[in-house]
Structure formats: structure tokens, C-alpha cells
Design a protein around this ligand. Structure first.
Ligand code: G
Ligand code: G
Ligand code: MN
Ligand code: NA
Length: 254
């Protein structure tokens, strides 16, 4: 409860920030985009890990307002990227179920895009499997509307939830993100290895893009390249970059 009270003040007191983690194209080696990750700098306790507060934001519905804050902040960072000469990267934003199911979700995003004169096509909305299967018809309607506006969609933490391939087949999804638990175990566990290999093949047969998360070593990267995984994200490539250091990171890239 104390946490809830503190989280209510966190936006107005500017305690939230974003970190941006690069996604790299494994064929060209080029920067494909970034995932925006929320960070909370508590006034006395310091940086609080997301697993300690995201669930509280979700339980209290605070995730709705924080989610719009994250999207707006991502737009601001996108303008910075354009100013640095990057025009064709994307920013992927995590969207919680309760936010996605708000009746005015698409309208609110449209307002924010309008404010910054940005196109929806620069952004990918990451939904989890549980979000997608919880309210199927409502979710599908919202996805089609947002897709028409130009947003990309990713299924996050793929393989850990109850996604039915039958639903996913009908959804306007662009990208599947293989959960980091599989990647992190793939060198030791043959079942995780086989899950990775077959997920990459299946996703590509569906004509979608596949991202491996949790890439922590060169060995991971080389195996993923061998199986023609499209994109990778993980500590081996880059830790999430605090937004204040984003410009320096981009300048080092070119
Ligand atoms: O860096 P990492 O520890 O940030 O993130 C931990 C978890 O928090 C991940 O599951 C991630 O999806 C979630 N998360 C991070 N940022 C956001 C956000 O802006 N919105 C939502 N809904 N979840 C987020
Ligand atoms: O949204 P999602 O659940 O995918 O959140 C991504 C999470 O994974 C964030 O907490 C991010 O900090 C974390 N992460 C990113 N790269 C790595 C990695 O290489 N190893 C581990 N253990 N975690 C990672
Ligand atoms: Mn994510
Ligand atoms: Na994930």
C-alpha cells in the first residue's frame, strides 16, 4: 500500500524515466530499433527493479496513466533519434492489458502522435500472450484499428503464456519475441534449443519477424544467426541505455 501511495506521486515528481535497449538486425548488423523500458528512481530507495513495481501499477490501474506517459516519453526520444539522423528505426513499447483495453486507447495514442507530429509506423506495441487471449474479440478490434493507424505489433515473452497459434494466425502481428528464458537456457538444454530453432522456423513460415531476447553471449548470437533469426536483443549487444545517454550511444554507432 505504501508502494501504491509512492507510485501515485512518481509521475508528478518526475521519478520515472525510460531506458532504451537496442534491437540489432542479425543479417546486416544494423540497429533496428529500441525497446523502451520503464525505470523508477525512488527518492530514498534508489532505482527500484521493475518486477517490484510493474505488478503494483497493474493491480492499481495506475499502469494506464503510466503507460501513456511511457508512450509520450518514447515519442520525445524518437524526435531525438531523428535529430541524430536516425529516421528508420522503431521504438517498441510494452502495453499492459488494462491499458490496451481502454476504449479510448487508440484515440489517446493518436493525440500524442499528433502533438509530436510523428507517424505510428515508428512504434511497435508489445502485448503478451495473456493480453491477447484474455478478451479475444475486443483485442482483435483494437488491434485492427491500431494497425490501420500504422502501428506495428509484437507478441512479447512468446512461449511462456497460453497463446493459441489459432488466435495469433488471425491477428495483425508483425513480430514475435522469443522469451529470454529459452535463449538463456539454449546452450545447456536441448529442449530449449529445439524450442528456439522450431520457433524461428515457424515464425518465419508465417511471414513474421522473430526477435530473440536475453542474448547474453557470442555463442547465443552465433547460434541465432545460424538459424536465421531476424533480430536480437540482450546484454551481449547492449544493456538498456538510460535516456540521458541515448544521444552518446547513437553517435558511437555511426
Ligand atoms: O528491464 P526489465 O527489468 O525492464 O523489465 C521487467 C519487466 O517489466 C518486463 O516484463 C517488461 O515487459 C516490464 N516493463 C518494462 N517497462 C514497461 C512499461 O513501460 N510498461 C509495461 N506494461 N511493462 C513494462
Ligand atoms: O518486456 P520484457 O518482458 O521482454 O522485458 C525485457 C526484460 O529483459 C527487461 O527486464 C530487460 O532489462 C531484460 N533483459 C534484456 N536483455 C537481457 C539479457 O540479456 N539478460 C537478462 N537476464 N535480461 C535481459
Ligand atoms: Mn517487452
Ligand atoms: Na519479453
Amino acid at each position: 500500500l505504501q508502494l501504491e501511495v509512492e507510485l501515485r506521486q512518481a509521475i508528478s515528481q518526475q521519478q520515472f524515466s525510460l531506458s532504451l535497449q537496442p534491437q540489432v538486425d542479425l543479417r546486416s548488423g544494423r540497429l533496428f530499433g529500441f525497446e523502451a523500458l520503464l525505470r523508477w528512481q525512488h527518492p530514498t530507495r534508489g532505482l527500484v527493479p521493475p518486477d517490484e513495481f510493474i505488478s503494483v501499477l497493474e493491480q492499481t490501474q495506475l499502469i494506464v496513466d503510466v503507460g501513456y506517459w511511457v508512450f509520450e516519453r518514447s515519442c520525445q526520444r524518437y524526435l531525438d533519434l531523428m535529430g541524430l539522423g536516425l529516421h528508420d528505426v522503431i521504438i517498441a513499447v510494452n502495453v499492459a492489458a488494462d491499458q490496451f483495453l481502454q476504449p479510448d486507447f487508440a484515440l489517446r495514442l493518436a493525440d500524442i502522435l499528433q502533438k509530436y507530429q510523428l507517424s505510428a509506423s515508428h512504434f511497435e506495441l508489445e502485448l503478451t500472450e495473456s493480453t491477447l487471449v484474455s478478451h479475444v474479440s475486443q483485442t482483435l478490434d483494437a488491434m485492427h484499428q491500431l494497425k490501420l493507424m500504422g502501428f506495428r505489433f509484437a507478441i512479447d515473452d512468446f512461449g511462456t503464456g497460453y497463446s493459441s497459434l489459432n488466435y495469433i494466425k488471425q491477428m495483425p502481428v508483425d513480430t514475435i519475441k522469443i522469451d529470454k528464458s529459452f535463449v538463456m537456457a539454449m546452450l545447456e538444454s536441448s529442449s530449449d534449443y529445439q524450442i528456439i530453432v522450431s520457433t524461428i522456423a515457424m515464425v518465419q513460415k508465417l511471414g513474421l519477424q522473430v526477435v530473440a531476447e536475453g542474448v547474453e553471449s557470442l555463442a547465443h548470437l552465433q547460434l541465432l544467426q545460424q538459424y536465421h533469426c531476424d533480430l536480437a536483443q540482450g546484454y551481449y549487444l547492449s544493456r538498456p541505455i538510460p535516456e540521458t545517454q541515448l544521444a552518446d550511444f547513437v553517435r558511437e554507432q555511426v
